[in-house]
Ligand binder design. Structure first.
Ligand code: GLN
Length: 309
């Protein structure tokens, strides 16, 4: 049975469906094949309720949203100071793949642009690239509450067009920020981008972040340390939408992370995780309909963190 909240999400989906601005990600043969009309929404509360509309159970590659679980593991493995030695927590105001390292320290500005995420992937413990990727995929599965897998076609397509990320990895090693082989790190980073999820998975993962790292579907089991959760949400709030992060915070007002497959995960601490997927992207690489849906939900449901009733 559809609840009034499901009905509401269907209505939002219908209202935003006509917007066909933007283009699917180019330069990756698998992402280019995405059906631009795909559109899904899922909302998961800290009480464990999940509401959906449209293609909410359709799987797609996580892309940059996988930067979050990789960051969580690096923080767990190396501690905050260990991670801060190599990656800062400042918004860059630059595009997601900008070659931006701080002049004085050689650190990428934050963990959610590619340079930072590649350095972060290189701080996940593991004896091989496969072990590191498996640990990241396992954490995503734990947070989503089901076994997820890697899309091998997306992984190889990433590698076939990864010169830019490879250049970033070599630059990081020359700045002393990478201990593993750059090519191996780029391979692992490409694999983490290819973890397959649905909007439902992302919303549930978001609800765990909203719940301070405690499971929302299994008796408040602790899945992620509270300090790591708080840190992730803080960096999402300031850097999660790349060079669109400031206008996102002003308009929508919740921590979020986007990926070039067209997904956006938003988290309102203490309340909900929300995920939207629609592959056409704006100039910043954020889903056009995704941003529209979040603006609408933020307005209608008063999700904006700075909103005072
Ligand atoms: N695979 C993409 C890249 O590394 C991920 C970027 C993104 O989702 N913004 O370029």
């Amino acid at each position: 049975m559809r609840s009034p909240i499901d009905d509401y999400l269907h209505q939002v989906l219908q209202d935003c469906r006509d917007d066909d601005a933007g283009d699917v990600m180019s330069g990756n043969r698998e992402l280019e094949r995405a059906d631009p009309s795909s559109f899904g929404i899922a909302l998961a509360t800290v009480d464990g309720a999940v509401y959906t509309a449209g293609d909410a159970d359709h799987e797609f590659a996580m892309q940059s949203i996988a930067k979050l679980p990789a960051y969580a593991l690096a923080l767990r493995d190396r501690g905050l100071d260990g991670v801060l030695d190599r990656v800062d927590t400042e918004p860059s105001g630059d595009a997601f793949n900008e070659i931006s390292l701080e002049a004085e320290t050689g650190r990428p500005r934050n963990a959610l642009i590619n340079a930072g995420a590649i350095a972060v992937h290189g701080m996940v413990d593991g004896d091989s690239a496969t072990e590191r990727v498996d640990r990241i995929a396992d954490l995503v599965s734990t947070l989503a509450g089901r076994e997820l897998s890697i899309d091998n076609d997306v992984h190889s397509a990433e590698l076939a067009s990864d010169d830019h990320n490879t250049a970033l990895a070599y630059l990081l090693r020359s700045a002393g920020k990478l201990e593993y082989e750059p090519d191996e790190v780029v391979d692992g980073y490409a694999a983490q981008c290819a973890i397959k999820v649905s909007c439902r998975d992302l919303a549930i993962m978001g609800s765990v972040l909203a719940n301070g790292g405690l499971s929302t579907t299994n008796d408040d089991e602790s899945l992620l340390e509270g300090w790591i959760t708080r840190h992730l949400l803080s960096v999402m709030a300031t850097c999660g939408m790349y060079d669109g992060s400031g206008s996102w915070m002003a308009k929508v007002g919740i921590p979020a992370k986007s990926g070039v497959s067209g997904a956006i995960l938003g988290v309102l601490p203490g309340q909900v995780g929300v995920a939207v997927w629609s592959p056409r992207l704006d100039e910043q690489g954020n889903s056009v309909r995704g941003v529209a849906v979040f603006e609408r939900l933020s307005h209608d449901m008063e999700l904006h963190m700075m909103h005072v009733a």
